[in-house]
Ligand binder design. Structure first.
Ligand SMILES: CC(C)(COP(=O)(O)OP(=O)(O)OC[C@H]1O[C@@H](n2cnc3c(N)ncnc32)[C@H](O)[C@@H]1O)[C@@H](O)C(=O)NCCC(=O)NCCS
Ligand SMILES: Nc1ncnc2c1ncn2[C@@H]1O[C@H](COP(=O)(O)OP(=O)(O)OP(=O)(O)O)[C@@H](O)[C@H]1O
Length: 226
């Protein structure tokens, strides 16, 4: 199985590119969705997070108040590190199972969409690595507009990740998403036809599911990605 890595900065356009992959028939494992599942009411992750952050982070129905928890951890690196370390084992297991399910269905190429691919050292699972880049001003504007948030909160969230310009230097393929959606579509089509389609015929990045499991234990489970 070939695992294509998809990453970038917050609101740089990873989900938008993911949707283009899905529309081309390539399945995507979305780490943000896995991270949501492991924080649902009553799960192991939920219990640990409530024990560490207190019941103030809960809504009346017992689910985590995500914007509230976000305000706390994105303005305080030490608290973010606590959250990362608590959730990392659950997220890594969740990602592992999603990959395994796709493997068992017989997919030869899948995309792993992880905002913190480099921070969590999951980049070594994936080849090629696609970084969706956007210029800083556009990134800020899109984040503020999408999440209806303040510029200060948006800057905190952007600064919680490795700089996008640094991620860009680690990429095999860079998609510049500063322009229009048509422009993005065009870049995707070119990249897809040149780079991705032929991957089905090349050697695998992952040879056995045991290897994926071993890696998920070793790196991500330690949660050292702050
Ligand atoms: C703090 C939480 C509750 C805020 O939830 P919210 O719904 O507001 O944001 P959402 O989960 O949709 O994330 C939006 C974006 O924020 C960025 N982000 C999320 N968590 C982190 C983090 N720990 N460090 C840096 N950036 C992060 C990512 O780019 C992500 O795409 C949530 O982000 C969370 O549980 N984060 C910890 C889990 C994690 O590391 N997720 C990243 C996937 S590996
Ligand atoms: N080329 C574009 N032109 C205009 N708007 C865009 C473009 N690409 C993405 N957007 C918008 O920018 C916002 C961020 O895009 P998207 O949600 O795909 O980013 P993301 O990298 O997945 O974010 P996150 O890290 O938070 O998951 C969305 O509202 C999306 O509709």
């Amino acid at each position: 199985m070939r695992i294509v890595g998809l990453t970038g900065g917050i609101a740089s356009g990873k989900s938008t590119v993911s949707n283009l992959f899905k529309a081309s028939g390539i399945p995507v494992v979305d780490a943000d969705l896995v991270a949501r599942d492991v924080l649902k009411k009553g799960t192991g992750g939920w219990k640990k997070v409530v024990a560490a952050f207190g019941e103030d982070i809960l809504q009346a129905n017992g689910e985590v108040d995500r914007p509230r928890l976000g305000q706390i951890v994105f303005s305080d690196p030490a608290k973010r590190q606590i959250l990362n370390r608590l959730l990392a084992p659950y997220i890594s297991s969740g990602i592992f199972w999603e990959i395994l399910k796709l493997w068992m269905k017989g997919f030869k190429v899948i995309v792993l969409d992880v905002p913190l691919l480099f921070e969590a050292k999951m980049d070594k699972w994936t080849k090629p690595i696609i970084v969706v880049w956007v210029d800083p001003e556009t990134q800020l504007q899109r984040l503020v507009a999408r999440d209806s948030t303040s510029e200060e909160d948006a800057r905190n969230r952007i600064n919680a990740q490795l700089p996008l310009d640094l991620k860009r230097t680690k990429a095999d393929i860079v998609i510049d998403n500063t322009g229009s959606l048509e422009d993005l579509n065009e870049q995707f089509r070119k990249m897809y036809s040149i780079e991705v389609r032929e991957l089905t015929n090349r050697a695998s990045t992952i040879r056995s599911w045991k290897e994926v499991y071993k890696m998920s234990k070793k790196d991500l489970q330690q949660g050292k990605y702050n």
